[in-house]
Write a protein that binds this ligand. Structure first.
Ligand code: TA6
Length: 279
């Protein structure tokens, strides 16, 4: 596989990482999980993504931070609780399909070694297209290669880095959300949207743009192809109990996830694209 001049392969523990360095930004993508780990535009040299200092890179578990690819389900599997949360592609090795330099940045196309697995009825081809430029554009393409309709959920489970969760605000959500910490009951989105407790919410709306403002620093998140937005912060108790998080590291991260949580159906030979753009 020919890699463009902006890309080189490094390893961390026993995982291969693509390191991208072009005129617009630097980024890192783990081939384990097809997992974007960092994105730092050169105009402000600020990494938009958060990565746990205790993230595990031994290929046995999903990397904590960056943008895990949740597919072909989100959260717990609907009918088989023995299956891993968030599907089976974030914990397998992905292959590089193609890399390309353009006048707006570097494009990398990846695919998991298998898109077929226990817990998915039907046959699908999954590809992740990442465009590293002034902005980070991530597209998750699900193509139905079977002969019957395919139904699945998925998410780009993005971890954003912030200075302090108690001092940031999220803009762009206004309707109801389902609160996992309160037995999935429905609540109205708070105004202002600030954080002071464990937050695990599926917002049942499809805003095109969300903004995190953290001490005047603005991060925009654009979404298409989604049916919901998930907002998550584990807070202190959960962080203490997570092997791959430092006890207080919840303070410096916030997940804002472009997601399909209410089932997407794709007909044979059709493709659905879930897209998130980070600015
Ligand atoms: O996106 C929110 C969520 O579903 C939470 O319920 C929490 O489980 C989080 O994902 C992280 O899941 P993980 O399997 O990566 O620990």
């Amino acid at each position: 596989m020919l890699l463009t001049d902006s890309i080189n392969i490094q390893t961390r523990d026993n995982i291969q990482l693509l390191h991208i360095n072009n005129a617009f930004a630097t980024a890192e993508i783990s081939l384990f999980g097809g997992h974007i780990l960092s994105f730092t535009p050169k105009h402000d040299n600020r990494d938009r993504l958060w990565l746990s200092k205790k993230a595990i890179f031994d290929g046995t578990t999903a990397i904590r931070g960056g943008i895990p690819v949740c597919w072909p389900w989100f959260g717990a599997h609907k009918s088989n609780s023995d299956l891993a949360a968030h599907g089976y592609v974030r914990t397998q090795t992905w292959d590089i399909l193609n890399t390309e330099e353009t006048d707006t940045g570097t494009i990398i196309k990846l695919t998991p070694q298998t898109s077929i697995g226990e817990g998915l009825e039907g046959k699908a081809q999954l590809t992740l297209e990442v465009h590293v430029g002034q902005q980070l554009k991530i597209q998750l393409h699900t193509t139905n290669i079977g002969d019957s309709p395919l139904t699945y959920d998925c998410a780009l489970h993005s971890y954003f880095t912030i200075s302090n969760i108690t001092q940031c605000e999220l803009f762009g959500l206004s309707e109801q959300y389902s609160d996992k910490t309160r037995d999935y009951q429905l609540f109205e989105t708070p105004k202002p949207y600030r954080f002071n407790e464990e937050t695990d919410r599926v917002h049942l709306e499809t805003p095109s743009t969300l903004t995190i403002i953290d001490k005047q620093i603005k991060t925009d998140i654009q979404s298409t192809g989604h049916d919901s937005i998930v907002v998550w912060n584990p807070w202190q108790d959960k962080s203490i109990n997570m092997l791959d998080m430092e006890n207080d590291s919840y303070l410096t991260m916030l997940c804002v996830e472009t997601a399909i949580t209410k089932s997407q159906t794709v007909n044979p030979n059709e493709t659905h694209v879930l897209e998130q753009i980070i600015i």
